[in-house]
Design a protein. Sequence first.
Length: 323
Amino acid sequence: MKKKVYRVAIIGAGRIGAGFDEPHSRKILTHAHAFSANSRTEVVAFVDANHSTGRHEAKRWSASFFTDIDRMFLDTKPDIVIIATPDNTHAVLLEKILHLHPSLIICEKPVVETQEEALRIKKVFRNSKIPAIVNYSRRFDTSFCEVRENIQKGVYGRVISGSCLYDKSLIHNGSHLVDLARFLFGEMNGYVCFPQGKTNGLNERVSAIASFDRCPQFHIMTGDERFYTVGEFDILTEKARLRFSNVTRDLLIQKVVYDKVFKGYRILGTPKKRKTGLFGTLPELARHSVAVLDGRELPRSTVTDALKSYAACLTLAKGFKKR
């Protein structure tokens, strides 16, 4: 029996939606490429307010172009709708798309930017039967999924401490790593924030020490994207150190060994380096989306997950402003 091919519409023809790569690029860096390359999905439409960009990307990816979402739904009847627009439009578009009843919604992070939006989105999705996936991309990196499973199984022993380093704002890039900490360690249950001068909460960089269910001490540190891009995640356990470096493109694992010089001491051994699954996250998102629609998997990164990560970021931002 022939399996259904799901129709995909992308709202937002910018970089993550379509612009970062080409149809025949070696690396898959956009939603357009990931869902075009999957044999079970077909990109049928783009919606964008910018006529020039939208038409250009629709032509490149062999899809139809629309400026109106309602017209796009009438003409193409998509199964999957991807929201890849600026952050401040996500909540409004989530509500609108939900009422048009696609089979699945995918939204770029963050899903909300304010508490008012968070309450609205929580309410409209409370009784919704339409699955939604939020693209916190590290949840779709096979390396992080493997580390999470090993932490839960106790392969590395107890988690001693961890740290992350991010740039841009807490709500944008920072929320990726706060969500990742939740994914790996469970919920945040304590924090201390550190001032860095003038701040605007979620829209600024925030440094803190937090605790999570499976990580008693987690340091959140910031860089400055005006000089260079950073993205690091470091975990110390009883049996190993696991460090995601180079904007989480590399994983270095150091196991505990006996010190050959100072007898009776144990140290971290020579790092073993391997590439992570970062450049496979969008193809994995496409595969996972098909599995969700087929009924074979449950959404790995839900709106509820995203709202909890937003709440954790908001807690950190409020603590930051009080100091």
